[in-house]
Every structure is written in structure tokens, then in C-alpha cells.
Design a protein around this ligand. Structure first.
Ligand code: GLC
Length: 539
């Protein structure tokens, strides 16, 4: 019998821990809250969860600035609580993935502190990218690279003797110094971290900035610094996607295989890989590298049939060609939620909500794995009107721009009741969630969603149940069916047909009969606008 690789068609739920469920009443979600929410996730039917970073951190970038890779920040719990969570998840058959951040750490990491205290040229500094400045007295940064969240990618340090000294590289904020992966101590330290968590029973890792890690060895100027500054994409060809990074993923894969050989449980590595083309992306999921890499082009596509068809076809050709499956994603903690991205108004009651539901059904029908970001299953819209004084995203602080800030998709989840905190925090009634929840979140509370069969929650649950029933829905090839413009329809090498009407006017359905599942009201023979449906094509 063919061994089924669970991750190939898995549906993983991203838990943004600080916004999921707060068990202590301090207004910040925590690991005990995640454990309490597991039955809810079991009911939804996901295969696993990915936990956003919960490690000790000064939280300059909500945990993506790690001060200790092998512990739990007291805000989120402790290692004993972590162990309870893993045990409870295992009992429910839910896999647990951790978020590992190998490109950079926190400026409060002990090794960075040691580097600051040590001399230029020392082994302590070699673990990071320290370099002398240019210009008279070294007052200019060593090169022209921009940081992803605004400003130069270099910060000058004061040497232990009090004089202005070298500069260190940080591709994100100054509080996130980049590791130097050419230093063997760095690789060895990360292997210790992998093994630490694997020994505690985790099922794998989501790898932050997985096309990062290595920089061009000479750190030369970027050919187009203006382009680097304009976008939050990883476009500087000297700072990202260096060939050496693939050796790291081969090694990490081998570590995972070693654990699988011991106990038969397959571990999963999923990379956050931002590279310019689907072909480059495919290189990260070759059979001896990462199992999966998020395919962000679907997330980036406009609500347009041709745009969706193009990115889906490219992914299927380039990534499925490696023997891996495509890893689809429509939402995460860094992006404006689909409901808002696809249309107005702010409370999510309009066309954006219908399109987001249709997109979800499309994603769940595609061959491959899918990731759902918490609240997506509730149809939560982005909170677009958070006042400036509550914003915490370092992008806001560093660019002064509200344009692409990420707080609006991180507002704590509503669970029950009519008023904030909507059951998010179980402490004193006065405990305020760390970001304010709008009144209209009452409409989206999980209790309400579970009770209403027309809710997005039921659509996701039904979609997941059907995936499970149709067994290995994630496998198979995709074949497009002929349709009129503005409509996409495909089968997947089995009997399932999925069709999406990207327009607003109804069109004839591609399959006769009542659909198995639809993202909105769908009479037989008709596919209304902004609607997706699934049929089993028995004819
Ligand atoms: C990734 C994370 C993002 C974080 C950044 C720096 O893109 O998803 O939230 O800010 O890496 O670690």
C-alpha cells in the first residue's frame, strides 16, 4: 500500500497565539487558551495548527524577535503548559507546528549581547553581520541595503569603549539582527533548537523568511535600492534567495527524517518563501528539501478569473512538477483579510464577504495543502479603523504609513457575547484585549457562527469534511473546463467539479443538479455571481 504523506493534502490552521484566546485575563492570548480552543478546532476539522512565535521576546515584532529559542515567554505560559498543549492536541489527532525564526533574532538574544560587548573581528561578532562603515570615520552604512520595514538595513553600534563603532545588518527592524549563516556555530545552534522541540513532540515547523539566511558573501551594494525601498517583497538579489540556503533545508529535512525513522511519525517543514517566480519557489520543495512552501501568488491575486487561473496553472506546473504538492494560502497574520481585500464595506457585510467565501471553496478544492488563518473561518473582515495610538506593527512606527500595516488582521477573536471582549479573555470583566475589537465583531463570534448553518464557519467545516470524505482530495491533477469569461471551472482527476463565478451576474452552472456545497444560495443549474460551488460529476 502506498504510504500516505499526511502533509500533502493537510489543512493547517494558523493560530496567532496572542489573539486566539486569553486564559489569564491580561488581554493577551496564551498557550493555555490555545489548549482550551482545541475542541473548537477539532470540530472545524483541521489536521493541524501552526503556532505563531511564543518564545521569550521583547515583542518588537510580536515574537519574531526571539531572545531565547528554547523556552516560552511568561506572557504565553511556560514549557509545562506547552507540553500539556502538545499532549492534548495529539490526543485529538491535531498536529502541532511551531514557527521557527532562523534569519534573525532579537537584539536581546544573549549571543547578540555578547557580540556587542566583544571586539570587532571577534568570534562573537562573526555570528552576525558586523562591518565597518563607509565614508569618513565610518559614518555611512557598509552598503545601500534597505530594511523590509523601512529605513536602512544597518545600525551603528557604540563600542564597549564608548566610541562610535561598527554597523550590524538587520533586514527587518534594528531590534532584529540577522544571523550570519556562514558561521558554523549558528547552524549548530539551530539544530539544537530543532531537536529540542522535536524531542518535546512537535510535528514540524513553519520557517520564517525561508528564502533569507544567507547574504552575498561580500555584502555588495544592491543594484536597485529604490526598488528595494518601494516594496516589502524580497527583491534585493544579494540579500535573499542565495543558493547556499538550500543546503540548510536539506540538512533540516534529514533531521526530520531521522525522527520519522525512529517513530514513524512524519514531520513537516513549511517555508515562508518569498521569491520572484513560481519556478524559483519550486526549488525550495525539491524532494530532499522543504516539504512545503507557502504559495503566495494566490493570496496576491486580484479578484479576477484570469488572474486566478494564471497563478493556479503556474503553481500546478512548476511546483507539482517537483513531486511536492502546492501549499495554498489566502490569509495570514501579515496580510489584509480576504473579505476586505476583495471588496467593501468595512464591516464585511457586502460583496467582499461573498467573494472571500467563494475563494475559500476554490482553495479547498485545489489539489494540495491549504492554510487557514484564525478568524478566516468566521469570515472576519480586516479592522481598518484602529486608532494610531493602539497600532503596534513596527512597519507603522518605521514608515509612518498606515498603508500596509498588519494590526487590522490581528485583532483578538470574538468567541461569544454582544460586547468586547466577546469571550476572548476569561479574566476580570475589565480586561481589555491588546487590540480593541469593533462592536460588529459580535456578528462573527464563534458561538453565533456555530449556531448558524449559513455562517462561513459551516462552509469551512463542510468543505473540510468533504475533503476528508473524498480522501486525498489534495492529490490529483487539475484540468480546466471550458467556461464563459469571468468563470473558472475545473476537475481534479476525480469526480469533483469546482466552479467559481467571479462576475456579479448569474451564469449557467457547468454541471446539472444541486451542488454538493456552495458558498452562497445556488439553485440547480445556476451559478450566481461571486459564488463558488462543488459538484460530483456522475454523468
Ligand atoms: C515574516 C513574518 C512576519 C515578520 C517577519 C520578520 O514575514 O510572517 O510577521 O514580521 O517575518 O520576522
Amino acid at each position: 500500500m502506498n504510504r500516505h504523506h499526511w502533509w500533502r493534502d493537510a489543512v493547517i490552521y494558523q493560530v496567532y497565539v496572542r489573539s486566539f484566546l486569553d486564559s489569564t485575563g491580561d488581554g493577551i492570548g496564551d498557550l493555555a487558551g490555545v489548549r482550551a480552543g482545541l475542541p473548537y478546532l477539532k470540530k472545524l476539522g483541521v489536521d493541524g495548527i501552526w503556532l505563531s512565535p511564543f518564545y521569550p521576546s521583547p515583542q518588537h515584532d510580536h515574537g519574531y524577535d526571539v531572545a531565547d529559542y528554547r523556552d516560552v515567554d511568561p506572557v504565553f505560559g511556560d514549557l509545562a503548559e506547552f507540553d500539556l498543549l502538545v499532549t492534548a492536541a495529539r490526543r485529538l489527532g491535531i498536529k502541532v507546528l511551531l514557527d521557527i525564526v532562523p534569519n534573525h533574532c532579537s537584539n536581546e538574544h544573549p549571543w547578540f549581547r555578547e557580540a556587542l560587548a566583544a571586539a570587532p573581528g571577534s568570534p562573537e561578532r562573526a555570528r552576525f553581520h558586523f562591518a565597518d562603515g563607509r565614508g569618513p570615520d565610518g559614518t555611512e552604512p557598509p552598503n545601500n541595503w534597505h530594511a523590509m520595514f523601512g529605513g536602512p538595513a544597518w545600525t551603528r553600534v557604540t563600542e564597549p569603549d564608548g566610541r562610535p563603532g561598527q554597523w550590524y545588518l538587520h533586514m527587518f527592524t534594528p531590534e532584529q539582527p540577522d544571523w550570519n549563516w556562514r558561521d558554523p556555530e549558528v547552524a549548530a545552534e539551530f539544530e539544537r533548537t530543532l531537536r529540542f522541540w522535536l524531542d518535546r513532540g512537535v510535528d514540524g515547523f513553519r520557517i520564517d523568511v525561508a528564502a533569507g539566511l544567507f547574504k552575498h558573501p561580500e555584502l555588495p551594494d544592491s543594484p536597485d535600492p529604490e526598488a528595494d525601498a518601494r516594496t516589502r517583497d524580497s527583491v534585493n538579489p544579494l540579500a535573499w534567495n542565495q543558493p547556499e540556503v538550500h543546503d540548510v533545508w536539506r540538512h533540516w529535512r534529514a533531521v526530520c527524517e531521522e525522527y520519522t525513522a525512529r517513530d514513524g511519525r512524519e514531520r513537516l517543514l513549511v517555508g515562508e518563501v518569498s521569491v520572484p517566480t513560481a519556478r524559483e519557489h519550486a526549488r525550495y520543495v525539491r524532494p530532499d528539501e522543504l516539504h512545503q512552501a507557502f504559495f503566495f501568488d494566490l493570496l496576491g491575486a486580484q479578484w479576477d478569473a484570469d488572474a486566478f487561473r494564471k497563478v493556479i496553472s503556474e503553481a500546478m506546473e512548476d511546483i507539482a512538477g517537483t513531486g511536492s504538492t502546492v501549499t495554498w494560502v489566502l490569509n495570514n497574520h501579515d496580510q489584509v483579510r480576504t473579505v476586505t481585500r476583495y471588496g467593501e464595506p468595512a464591516d464585511g457585510s457586502g460583496i467582499g464577504a461573498a467573494r472571500a467565501r467563494a475563494a475559500a471553496l476554490l482553495m479547498l478544492a485545489l489539489p494540495g495543502a491549504a492554510y487557514i488563518y484564525q478568524g478566516e473561518e468566521l469570515g472576519l473582515p480586516e479592522v481598518v479603523d484602529l486608532p494610531d495610538d493602539v497600532l503596534t506593527d513596527p512597519i507603522f512606527r518605521r514608515t509612518g504609513s498606515r498603508a500596509r500595516i498588519r494590526d487590522g488582521c490581528r485583532v483578538p477573536l470574538p468567541w461569544s457575547g454582544q460586547a468586547s471582549p466577546f469571550g476572548f479573555t476569561s479574566g476580570a470583566e475589565s480586561a481589555k484585549p491588546w487590540l480593541p475589537q469593533p462592536e460588529y465583531f459580535a456578528e462573527y463570534a464563534t458561538h453565533r457562527a456555530l449556531a448558524d448553518t449559513r455562517s462561513s464557519w459551516h462552509l469551512y467545516r463542510d468543505g473540510l469534511q468533504l475533503r476528508a470524505a473524498l480522501h486525498q482530495l489534495g492529490e490529483g491533477t487539475l484540468r480546466w473546463l471550458d467556461t464563459q469569461p469571468g468563470v473558472l471551472a475545473f476537475t481534479r482527476g476525480d469526480d469533483l467539479v469546482c466552479a467559481v463565478n467571479f462576475g456579479t451576474a448569474p451564469v449557467p452552472a457547468p454541471v446539472a443538479g444541486t451542488p454538493l456545497l456552495a458558498s452562497g444560495p445556488c439553485p440547480p443549474g445556476v451559478l450566481p455571481g461571486s459564488t463558488a460551488a462543488w459538484w460530483i460529476d456522475g454523468s
